[in-house]
Design a protein around this ligand. Structure first.
Ligand code: GAP
Length: 589
């Protein structure tokens, strides 16, 4: 549970986001739709900045990553191969009384006395219900309220004058089986697939079922071969994608944190299997110290690459204003790992409602490409010329050792997928033989971040309130969003000191025109200058430029200069218009 002080912060943040046009409830005029959110003018800019910063850092600033923009609806086999059709589900249960749906693993635990009933009878009509029911009451509460709830339950089953039968009690501790709101028993948990279903084409039948993608990653795997061949990249290299994902979450919650429609920024970074690295380099480097392992090296095994990407991602967050101290690394325990993962690090952020996942960085082995190879019948192997050349030069013992390790790894994967033993043995032996000829299925490291969670983290971290007392002794609160300049939706506010002085307005518009093709500039002439500053503080605009009478030459030495006010400190300085763009550029990175 979030502590009340933190809930107050969340309330203030939600209210600011609505008031200033960052985030609105989707379809608000119709009462909203749970789990869907729209980004208003400032939110849209903030989101664009975040996605562009991610994209630049992950693709354009690197030689070893290229981009992809794939469709949201893909061939349904993709989701069978990925395991989403069979396993992408949450346990769900319903309140027997109200039918309200819960995620079974997220129901608040409760203790008390459970009142069980085996059924009930209508004392007038004689009608009987044999549906069992139970109600949990905190210890010490009179049983009458449990009976009242049970009566309501049997009335819903068509009994009017309810006589309860078979009442027994049981002491219950730390149970998730009862509705925390009314104590009524919940149904047994059952899996609920989170994928949104639709139909492709005019006939809505099972043959035409398709899914809205629940992650962007699978498109990258499905297009791996095309991208590899056309981009002329050699392993290790990555494919990045930013785009919408959809999950029919049982209980969307915490504002945008768990939404049903959201955006992901995912990188699939393809690496050589460790056996190939060892054949090429004579060894496989593994992490020896925590922290960033430095410039990638040819002898890096999957663990080095995994650590590298964890550190790269933390550096990204630092560069956009989330210090390392706001993040926590959580290494998933073996029993928490997804079926495909060898290791996963969750980067957690301290949200106002608790410390929760912002991004996951998973080492997914060669599971994904192998699955698509099996399901599509198309080869997902790459040919590594250097490996082919290096293999014959290896000592025969090393050759057989590497082949055997590779064979066992492939066999483990194939057996897990349920391939018949004989077929799996044959395939694994073939794969091992092909390794020596330079062929293998790439392994992958996947840093997967949610855009909306990052936006929420940036908003929560940037939100500040400052108390001050004015000249008349009145208390004032200044609300500001201290965004890092690189993500701030508006970079500069431009204000004429007075709106009824045409010379000031003309000059201010001229300044705005000179800046707007370089930065997102907001021109504002309405209200006192203090109010205009306050509005931009709440929008998170790092700099305000004011055009006053000195700009026009009232004090000749300040002619053609403006006042720049800094959002966080409130400090002001005078800068020549001719230098304004460079002044801002150096501070907006
Ligand atoms: N391809 C791997 C994958 O999708 P995930 O941990 O399920 O892994 C990755 O999702 C990221 O996507 C999460 O760390 C989170 O930032 C974001 N995300 C997942 N579900 C979300 C939801 N319902 N609402 C908002 N963001 C979500």
């Amino acid at each position: 549970m979030a502590d009340p002080k933190e809930n107050v912060l969340m309330e203030k943040l939600v209210s600011l986001c609505k008031r200033r046009g960052f985030i609105f409830q989707s379809s608000e005029i119709y009462g909203g739709i749970n789990g869907f959110w729209d980004y208003g003018p400032l939110g849209a800019e903030l989101k664009r900045n975040v996605k562009e910063l991610w994209w630049n850092r992950m693709t354009r600033m690197r030689d070893d990553v290229v981009g992809l923009e794939a469709t949201i609806i893909m061939h349904p086999q993709i989701w069978r191969a990925s395991g989403h059709v069979d396993t992408f589900s949450d346990p769900m249960c319903d309140c027997l009384l109200t039918r309200k749906r819960f995620r079974a693993d997220q129901v608040d635990v409760q203790s008390g006395i459970a009142y069980h009933f085996t059924g009930a009878r209508d004392s007038v009509s004689g009608k009987v219900s044999q549906d069992p029911f139970a109600v949990l009451l905190p210890a010490g509460k009179p049983p009458e309220s449990a009976r009242k709830t049970a009566v309501a339950f049997y009335q819903l089953r068509g009994l009017q004058n309810v006589e309860l039968s078979g009442e027994t009690t049981e002491k219950v501790e730390n149970s998730q089986r009862f509705n925390p709101e009314n104590g009524a028993l919940l149904t047994e948990p059952r899996p609920f697939n989170l994928m949104f279903k639709t139909y492709v084409g005019p006939v809505a039948d099972e043959e035409n079922v398709a899914f809205l993608r629940p992650e962007t990653a699978q498109a990258i795997f499905a297009q791996f071969k095309n991208v590899h061949e056309t981009s002329r990249q050699k392993l290790p290299f990555g494919i990045a994608q930013v785009g919408k994902a959809f999950r029919n979450e049982v209980t969307p919650r915490n504002y945008t944190f768990r939404s049903r429609e959201f955006e992901q920024m995912e990188l699939e970074f393809f690496i050589k299997p460790d056996e190939a690295v060892e054949a090429l380099c004579g060894q496989v480097a593994t992490p020896s110290t925590p922290g960033h392992p430095g410039t990638p090296q040819p002898d890096w095994g999957w663990q080095m690459w995994h650590q590298y990407w964890v550190e790269e991602r933390i550096r990204f967050y630092e560069s956009i204003g989330l210090p390392r101290t706001t993040l926590e690394e959580y290494w998933q325990k073996p029993d928490e790992l997804a079926h495909y993962a060898r290791a996963t690090v969750d980067l957690l952020f301290k949200f106002p409602f608790g410390t929760q996942e912002l991004e996951g960085i998973a080492a997914r082995s060669d599971f994904d490409l192998s699955q698509h190879q099996r399901f599509s019948g198309k080869s997902m192997t790459v040919f590594d010329e250097e490996l082919k050349a290096a293999w014959p030069k290896l000592d025969p013992t090393r050759q057989s050792d590497l082949s055997e390790r590779y064979r066992l790894a492939r066999l483990k994967y194939l057996s897990k997928t349920g391939e018949p033993a004989e077929k799996a043995e044959k395939q694994a032996a073939e794969d091992a033989a092909n390794l020596g000829k330079g062929y293998y299925v790439p392994h992958v490291i996947e840093p997967s971040a949610g855009v909306d969670r990052l936006i929420l983290a940036l908003l929560a971290h940037a939100f500040h309130e400052e108390e001050s007392t004015d000249e008349k002794g009145r208390k004032e609160t200044r609300t500001l969003l201290s965004f890092h300049p690189s993500v701030a939706p508006v970079k500069v506010g431009v204000f004429p000191l007075l709106k009824n002085k045409p010379e000031l307005v003309a000059k201010a518009r001229e300044v705005r025109e000179s800046l707007r093709s370089h930065f997102n500039v907001f021109y504002d002439e309405a209200g006192s200058i203090g109010r205009r500053y306050a509005r931009q503080d709440e929008a998170g605009t790092p700099f305000g430029v004011t055009i006053d009478f000195d700009t026009l030459g009232e004090r000749p030495e300040w002619k053609d200069t403006v006042t720049i006010r800094q959002r966080d400190s409130g400090a002001q300085e005078r800068v020549a218009i001719a230098e304004l763009r460079t002044w801002l550029e150096t501070r907006l990175r």
